[in-house]
Design a binder for this molecule. Structure first.
Ligand code: AMP
Length: 284
């Protein structure tokens, strides 16, 4: 039976009981409106840990002033049913007031990595993510925490934060779960009209073209980006925000693909901003 808890004290008490029994703990941080992408993380955590906590929290500190904090989709009842089906123990669903003191003055900032890619149009986003993830890790003290490669920059930043601050949790990256036509599953896909939903397939198609260029032996990042952009240009409803090939170490653009890279895109389809990516290592 999945238990829903709303206070930090309740989660801590549960984790204490589990620890006393020698149980391992997995954490899956989410903003809710769960889909199969989230389910893959939860299922993996359930398989790898005796206990799993799924947090469902639309974190206000990671939204900019003109972003979709208010309209972000929410459905706790459905989320709890999905978490239960996956076999997790607890849904942690705090209010913003439970998570944040009005006079809080501590920030968590990963220098550099958060300024690139999505950081250019969402300047406060990754600081907000680091703050909430730090808090969730402090509250649940898990052995492992699960993050999707769907949000690849987030995954790289969280890994760096955990390393730099000796947080002692294992960060587990999980592959992107996609719709049948290739669109990466996302809670924000619900914003798309039928016409936009059909157009959104262009994201994964464009990345497939970029990957094909790399697999053909090309090592120029510009050539990869050109191939991606050409496919995106074929869809009139798609307005690319960025198309980049970056180092997985620094998240800065590379000229040539020599070590592991992340090829990442952000594209507006109508009013909805979608992201997608792939990792590529020419030496593997
Ligand atoms: P969100 O609720 O969008 O903040 O996502 C919570 C976690 O689920 C993050 O680590 C995401 O990267 C991950 N996630 C979201 N969508 C997918 C997907 N399609 N495939 C794999 N992981 C995902």
């Amino acid at each position: 039976m999945t238990q829903v808890v709303t206070t930090i004290d309740e989660v801590r008490a549960l984790v204490r009981t589990w620890r006393a029994q020698g149980d391992t703990v997995g954490l899956v941080p989410t903003m809710g409106y769960l889909h199969e992408g989230h389910a893959s993380l939860i299922t993996r955590s359930v398989a790898e840990n005796a206990r799993t906590v799924v947090s469902v929290f639309v974190n206000p500190t990671q939204f900019g002033p003109n972003e979709d904090l208010e309209s972000y989709p929410r459905d706790l009842e459905r989320d709890v049913a999905l978490v239960e089906k996956c076999g997790a123990d607890v849904v942690f669903h705090p209010t913003p007031e439970e998570m944040y003191f009005p006079d809080r003055c501590t920030t968590v900032h990963v220098e550099g990595l958060g300024k690139e890619l999505c950081g250019k149009s969402r300047p406060i986003h990754f600081d907000g993510v680091c703050l909430v993830v730090s808090k969730l890790l402090n509250i649940t003290t898990p052995d492992r925490a699960y993050f999707g490669q769907k949000d690849a920059q987030q995954l790289l930043i969280v890994r760096r934060m955990v390393r730099d601050l000796s947080m002692g949790v294992q960060v587990v990256g999980c592959p992107i779960v996609r719709e049948e036509d290739g669109l990466a599953k996302s809670s924000r896909n619900t914003y798309l009209s039928a016409e936009e939903r059909a157009a959104a397939v262009v994201l994964s198609k464009s990345l497939a073209a970029g990957r094909a260029v790399l697999e053909g032996g090309e090592r120029s990042a510009a050539a990869v980006c050109d191939a991606v952009r050409a496919v995106l240009a074929s869809e009139p409803l798609a307005a690319p925000e960025y198309v980049e090939v970056v180092s997985t170490d620094t998240v800065t653009p590379v000229e040539r693909v020599e070590g592991e890279v992340l090829c990442a895109i952000a594209v507006r389809i109508g009013n909805t901003r979608l992201i997608d990516n792939f990792f590529y290592n020419p030496n593997e």
